[in-house]
Ligand binder design. Structure first.
Ligand SMILES: *Cc1c(COP(=O)(O)O)cnc(C)c1O
Length: 404
């Protein structure tokens, strides 16, 4: 029987130490051993079920990791202090000096900056490619390449990666396919499509309350053990560990993710269709006009929709800024970066989250000045939201009355 990812989360069962319906929070940085021999074995990495020190693992972090591994259908997972705290150790674990990464060019600004400006200092080079073109990806692979890196749905342009196609390439050239699935939790299950490692920023949809940063690496037991190895594990040695109190709170939020994703997707789909009908340049993977609409459909777990992210182009940065300020003033959402909140969040990526990308490269990628990225909220009455937005767009001459 095939389970949906949300069922896998729902089917986990843990009890607190007094029979509580939530697991007890492990509020300790270090753990006692009954015998000195066990401590030695644990350092050697072969004492199952023994905790050593909370930078390595803690019961609360393991509960959250297990739930996320169930969602992503991987053997296991390790949670981290932020999304970047998941991405950077994975890439440093997989690549060393003289080695090479082929990455999508449309990725989260922080990841782009890490690969473009930071890893070259370690002797790791990256070729950035248009990830939607498998022949271009293949042509960029060299004998030194170790990793193919992409986001299932990219930030901010919502390009969709053909994960099965990339997985075949990765297999053929003996590379690891690393997929950041932050924009499409539950909708897309990269590991089922052949990804080796799946990463999330928990900061976004998964936690969903914009109260913390967090991250996760989902993969094989072997790889996660390597990351946490006390002698040469990048997660262990770079130290981006999540705090137990926080992992307990993220676990509780994770349980409503399936309901939230359905509502985010429903609302975003509604607005995208309306905006497109109004003649606005709208990018949303759920629109038939989206270049990867059919691909997304072929990969998705239907029920969770095409996600909560959409972009519109209002023509200029001035208009984008005016619209965003008006929407915030009238309480339709917040002018803020990030995503996955109950309120709609909006920003102009060219001058914010993607400002790490040089202007000429932005233009080449199709990242225009008037682009507004929306993370559509959980609004109970999305028709009212649309009516209000339309009024503002008419007011600001973004929409012309005769066209509407
Ligand atoms: C936010 C984000 C990250 C980074 O996550 P943090 O939790 O902010 O460190 C990585 N990838 C994507 C796609 C993101 O949206």
């Amino acid at each position: 029987m095939k389970f949906k990812p949300a069922n896998n989360i729902q089917d986990l069962q843990y009890f607190g130490e007094f029979g509580g319906v939530n697991p007890s929070i492990s509020d300790s940085s270090t753990y006692t051993f009954l015998s000195a021999k066990t401590m030695f074995d644990t350092f050697e990495g072969n004492a199952d079920g023994c905790y050593l020190y909370s930078r390595h693992s803690s019961p609360s972090n393991l509960y959250l990791g297990e739930a996320l591994a169930a969602m992503e259908d991987t053997e296991t997972a390790t949670v981290t202090a932020s999304g970047m705290g998941a991405i950077t150790p994975v890439l440093m674990q997989l690549c060393g000096a003289g080695e090479h990464i082929v990455s999508s060019r449309t990725i989260y600004g922080g990841t782009y900056a890490f690969l473009k400006n930071f890893t070259p200092r370690l002797g790791i080079d990256t070729t950035f490619v248009n990830i939607t073109k498998l022949d271009v990806v293949e042509a960029a692979i060299t004998p030194k390449t170790k990793v193919l890196y992409c986001e299932s749905v990219s930030n901010p342009l919502l390009e969709v990666a053909d994960i099965s196609g990339l997985a075949k390439l990765a297999k053929r050239y003996n590379l690891k396919l690393v997929v950041d699935n932050t924009f499409s939790p539950l909708s897309i299950s990269p590991s089922k499509l052949g990804a080796d490692i799946v990463i999330h920023s928990l900061t976004k949809f998964i936690n969903g309350s914009s109260d913390t940063v967090g991250g996760v690496v989902c993969g094989t037991q072997e790889f996660i053990d390597q990351l946490r190895n006390v002698n040469d594990g990048a997660a262990m040695l770079l130290g981006s560990t999540m705090d137990s109190l926080r992992s307990a709170s993220v676990l509780k939020n994770l349980r409503t993710l399936h309901i939230r994703m359905q509502q985010h997707s429903h609302n975003a789909n509604f607005l995208a269709k309306k905006f497109e009908d109004d003649g606005l340049k709208t990018v949303y993977p759920g629109l038939a006009s989206h270049p990867s609409h059919v691909l997304f459909k072929s990969m998705m777990n239907d029920k969770y929709g095409f996600g909560g992210m959409l972009t519109i182009d209002v023509g200029s940065l001035d208009k984008a800024n005016a619209l965003m300020e008006l929407m915030q003033e009238r309480n339709l959402g917040y002018l803020a970066v990030s995503l996955g909140f109950y309120k709609t969040l909006f920003s102009a990526p060219g001058s914010s989250t993607s400002s790490e990308i040089p202007e000429d490269e932005q233009a080449e990628m199709g990242l225009s000045d008037g682009l507004i990225r929306f993370s559509i909220g959980l609004d109970a009455d999305i028709e009212r939201t649309y009516d209000m937005m339309k009024t503002y767009m008419l007011e600001l001459n973004i929409l012309k009355p005769e066209l509407v």
